[in-house]
Design a protein around this ligand. Structure first.
Ligand SMILES: Cc1cc2nc3c(=O)[nH]c(=O)nc-3n(C[C@H](O)[C@H](O)[C@H](O)COP(=O)(O)O)c2cc1C
Length: 152
């Protein structure tokens, strides 16, 4: 079974908490997950499955724990054609740059040839209960993962 790499982009902890909850739900669903609290492109399997959970900060910047990863992704020259991924973008709708980091990660991964497993989930911390919203979205993600061919 392929491991799901959960990549966490957080500054004040909300997205880390959410990612931990998602890990538990996926574990309970029989999936293997690895959580990366400070993801580093060099350490990640770029032929695997990534679930990117990232909050926006600054003026649409990536949250602190993903700043290095954001730079690496921007500078990446390797094609990521074998990567499958999904993005959960966390933000607040009062910002013009609502969920900009998650939107950027999604766009950049597509540019690099990675395949999105399901449409990006955007969580508005002003309106949504993040755990509830994510738990409603998660089955689509799990189903898409289940349909991937098993590794040899
Ligand atoms: C200084 C600051 C800047 C922020 N900038 C944005 C932004 O540009 N876009 C957005 O959608 N949300 C923005 N937010 C909202 C955060 O994404 C939101 O508070 C989120 O819950 C933070 O998640 P974290 O605790 O995982 O860091 C900002 C929050 C702060 C405190």
């Amino acid at each position: 079974m392929k491991t799901i790499d959960i990549l966490v982009g957080t500054t004040s902890g909300n997205t880390e908490y959410l990612a931990d909850q998602l890990q538990q739900l996926l574990d309970a669903d029989g999936r293997q997950c690895r959580v990366h609290y400070e993801p580093d492109l060099v350490d990640l399997d770029n032929t695997g499955i990534w679930l990117i959970c990232v909050a926006s900060h600054g003026a649409g910047d990536y949250a602190d724990s993903m700043l290095q990863f954001a730079e690496q992704l921007a500078a990446c020259e390797t094609r990521l054609d074998d990567l499958r991924y999904a993005v959960i973008a966390v933000g607040e709708s009062c910002y013009d740059t609502y969920c900009a980091a998650g939107r950027d990660a999604d766009q950049r991964l597509q540019q690099l040839g990675a395949k999105s497993l399901v449409s990006r989930l955007e969580i508005d911390m002003l309106e949504d209960d993040p755990e509830v919203k994510a738990s409603h979205w998660l089955p689509q993600f799990s189903q898409a993962v289940a349909q991937l061919p098993e590794p040899d």
